[in-house]
Design a protein around this ligand. Structure first.
Ligand SMILES: [Mn+2]
Length: 331
C-alpha cells in the first residue's frame, strides 16, 4: 500500500493536502509531516483545512503552512490548483465539510489516506487505507522513516508524535500497539518532549469549559447497573456557562472513567440544531453498529451520530439501541 502511495506522490506536481472538517491532531500532524517531507524534496504542496486550525494545534505548524479555507475569497479557485488532492485521516468525501464542493469540482486525481475501519472508500480515484494502523501519522511515519537516514526534521517528528498521541488517547486506547510505542520511542529519542506535547494538546481548558463539565456531570445518568453512563448538554447549558461547542471536546471521557462502565455517551445539541451523540466503548461493545443505525459511524470503540430530533427523543432511541447492542456483545 505504501509503495502505491509513494507512486501517487511522485506522479503529481501540485499536491493539495486536506483532512476532515474540524481537524484533529492526527489529521494535522500527518499532513504537516507529509508536507515537510515533500517540501524538502522541492515539491509544491499546500495544506488547507476547514473551518480553521484549532488553537491547540498551532504549535504543529511553526512555518505557517496551513491555510484556513476561505471559499469566497483566497480559495475561490482552489479546485483548479492541484493535480493531486489527498484527503488525510478520513475516507468519505463528505467529511471534508465545506471543502467538499471544491473537491467535487477539481480536475485533480483524488485520493484518501486513512486508518479508520470502514467499507471500501467511495468517491476517490485512489485509496491508501490500512485499518490496522493506529493513526494516519503512523502511515506517514512508515512512508517517510525508511527514506530519511538519521534524525527526522523537528517539525516532522513533532507533528508525527502529536498525531500518535491524539489518536491513541495519549497511549491509553486499545490501539496503543507495541509498534506505535516503538515509533514514539524513536521520536522521543530524537528530542520530542512528551510532557510539552501533552500540555500543548490537552492542558488548554478555560473556566467556562470546567463549569460546563461540572454542570453536565451533575446530570450524570446511569443505566443497566452502571454499564451505560451518559451526560447530556443543551444549548441552554452552554449559554449558562459561557461555553461553546468546542468546550464539549473530551467531555465524553468523563462518564467513561466510571468503574464498571461498558459504554459512555455524550448527548448534545449540535450547532446545526440537530441532536448529537458521541459514544465510547471500553472494549466489548461495538458502538459503531449503534451509530450506523442513526446514519453516523466511526470506530468500533468510538463513534458518533446526529439526528434531526429533539434531544430527549434522540436520547431515548440511542439508549435503547445501546442496551440492545450491549445485550449482544457482552456475554
Ligand atoms: Mn486518525
Amino acid at each position: 500500500m505504501l509503495d502505491r502511495f509513494a507512486v501517487f506522490l511522485d506522479h503529481h506536481t501540485r499536491l493539495l493536502l486536506t483532512t476532515h472538517e474540524n481537524p484533529d491532531g492526527d489529521g494535522v500532524g500527518a499532513a504537516v509531516a507529509l508536507a515537510a517531507h515533500l517540501k524538502a524534496q522541492g515539491r509544491q504542496v499546500r495544506i488547507v483545512v476547514t473551518p480553521a486550525l484549532p488553537e491547540n494545534l498551532r504549535f504543529l505548524d511553526p512555518e505557517g503552512w496551513i491555510e484556513a479555507y476561505d471559499a469566497g475569497g483566497a480559495h475561490r479557485d482552489l479546485a483548479a490548483w492541484p493535480d493531486g488532492w489527498l484527503l488525510i485521516d478520513a475516507s468519505e468525501p463528505h467529511r471534508m465539510g465545506s471543502l467538499f464542493a471544491a473537491f467535487e469540482a477539481t480536475g485533480a486525481m483524488r485520493a484518501c489516506l486513512d486508518h479508520h475501519l470502514k467499507d471500501a472508500p467511495k468517491g476517490f480515484d485512489a485509496e491508501f487505507t490500512n485499518p490496522s494502523a493506529s493513526a494516519s501519522a503512523e502511515l506517514i511515519y512508515d512512508l517517510i522513516r525508511p527514506r530519511i537516514g538519521g534524525p527526522l526534521p523537528e517539525v516532522m517528528a513533532q507533528a508525527l508524535y502529536a498525531g500518535i498521541v491524539s489518536d491513541t488517547g495519549n497511549f491509553r486506547h486499545s490501539n496503543a500497539t507495541p509498534k506505535i510505542h516503538r515509533i514514539a520511542a524513536d521520536l522521543v529519542g530524537q528530542g520530542i518532549h512528551p510532557s510539552r506535547t501533552y500540555n500543548a494538546l490537552y492542558q488548554t481548558a478555560t473556566p467556562a469549559k470546567l463549569k460546563l463539565f461540572g454542570r453536565a456531570l451533575e446530570g450524570l445518568q446511569l443505566r443497566d447497573d452502571g454499564r451505560f453512563a451518559y451526560v447530556a448538554v443543551t444549548k441552554a447549558d452552554l449559554d449558562a456557562c459561557g461555553a461553546t461547542h468546542e468546550d464539549l471536546d473530551e467531555l465524553v471521557e468523563e462518564p467513561r472513567k466510571l468503574k464498571g462502565v461498558e459504554v459512555a455517551a455524550l448527548f448534545s445539541e449540535a450547532a446545526d440544531g440537530r441532536a448529537k451523540v458521541s459514544l465510547r466503548s471500553r472494549e466489548r461493545v461495538d458502538v459503531n453498529v449503534v451509530c450506523r443505525k442513526f446514519g453516523g459511524g466511526g470506530h468500533r470503540l468510538a463513534s458518533g451520530a446526529k439526528a434531526p430530533l429533539p434531544l430527549p427523543d434522540f436520547i431515548a432511541q440511542v439508549e435503547a439501541a445501546v442496551l440492545a447492542q450491549m445485550g449482544q456483545d457482552i456475554v
